[in-house]
Design a protein around this ligand. Structure first.
Ligand SMILES: NC(=O)C1=CN([C@@H]2O[C@H](COP(=O)(O)OP(=O)(O)OC[C@H]3O[C@@H](n4cnc5c(N)ncnc54)[C@H](O)[C@@H]3O)[C@@H](O)[C@H]2O)C=CC1
Ligand SMILES: CCCCCC(=O)CC\C=C/C=C/C=C/[C@@H](O)[C@@H](O)CCCC(=O)O
Length: 257
């Protein structure tokens, strides 16, 4: 039981990568708060998980991550239910180039706000037990995405914020990492409007399963040596780490994708 005694909070947990992550964490013994804007699907999903695992292992918290009050309540409710939060997975995301300001709010601003709240509720300096934050970026947060420039900007933002916060959070006893998956078989990908050329490109790269991304998130949650890691999940290489200039082990060759 890798996560026995741990309490995780996962945003965007009603389906896709978030749900696969919740399921894996429950399998490994964690208690999990599922946060999502979709209350109907969230409640139904959580009730299924309670039947499969235990009624006391999961709770659903209706949350729009772009609402500061709701985001704070998400932490408070989880702590009230399970006594603490030790793992935060900021996963909620949208891909909507038309509404790019909203997209930045969901994908990037909420992730930043939630990380600051994690410090408030988890920091050693505030009487908390510390823990780990895992932010879900994308390969589009490392490589340019010509068919989604604003989406890509939001995901580059996650990588930059995660790497920059790492040192700031050392004294808080909080590790912060991010994961950058390639295309993954979820509703987000299925409903994206793409040209036939873009679809061909996606097919040629290949499509990950959400469970593969969940495994990567679990690894970041449990490997206490990882802080400031930018993990990639790709069809070719599976789970790997992206190195930037200045990182130990960086070589310009390794960093070329
Ligand atoms: N599917 C893909 O190809 C990839 C996805 N990602 C990222 O993975 C994360 C999860 O995406 P998927 O599972 O693919 O998408 P999905 O669309 O299947 O699930 C996203 C979940 O986030 C929730 N959500 C959306 N807006 C919200 C808000 N304001 N507040 C709370 N919850 C909200 C949705 O209700 C949904 O349950 C996203 O951050 C996405 O950008 C990263 C790389 C590849
Ligand atoms: C707009 C639709 C939703 C898209 C959601 C995503 O985040 C999809 C991922 C975005 C970009 C993926 C880029 C993949 C590029 C590959 O060609 C690259 O990973 C190849 C690298 C190979 C390697 O490292 O071995």
């Amino acid at each position: 039981m890798l996560l026995a005694g741990e309490v995780a909070l996962v945003t965007g947990a009603a389906r896709g990568i978030g749900l696969a992550t919740v399921r894996l964490m429950l399998q490994h013994g964690a208690k999990v708060g599922l946060a999502d804007i979709d209350e109907t699907v969230g409640v139904a999903t959580c009730s299924e998980l309670q039947k499969e695992f235990s009624r006391n292992a999961a709770t659903f918290i209706p949350t729009d991550v772009t609402d500061s009050m709701q985001l704070r309540r998400m932490f408070q409710t989880t702590i009230k239910e399970f006594g603490k939060v030790s793992i935060v997975c900021n996963n909620a995301g949208v891909a909507d180039e038309q509404n790019w300001k909203k997209m930045i709010a969901v994908n990037m601003v909420a992730m930043m706000e939630s990380t600051h709240l994690a410090v408030e509720f988890m920091s050693h300096t505030r009487g908390g037990e510390g823990g780990v934050v895992i932010n879900v970026s994308s390969m589009g947060g490392i490589l340019p995405m010509p068919f989604g420039p604003s989406y890509s900007a939001s995901k580059f933002g996650i990588v930059g914020f995660t790497r920059s916060m790492t040192e700031c959070l050392e004294r808080d006893g909080i590790r912060v990492n991010c994961v950058c998956p390639e295309f993954t078989d979820t509703a987000m990908l299925a409903t994206a409007s793409m040209t036939s050329e873009q679809l061909e490109m996606v097919q040629s790269v290949g499509i990950l399963q959400p469970e593969q991304v969940a495994e990567a998130i679990l690894q970041l949650a449990t490997d206490s040596s990882k802080a400031g890691a930018v993990m990639t999940v790709t069809m070719k290489r599976g789970i790997d780490f992206f190195l930037f200039p200045g990182d130990p082990g960086y070589s310009s060759k390794k960093s070329k994708l």
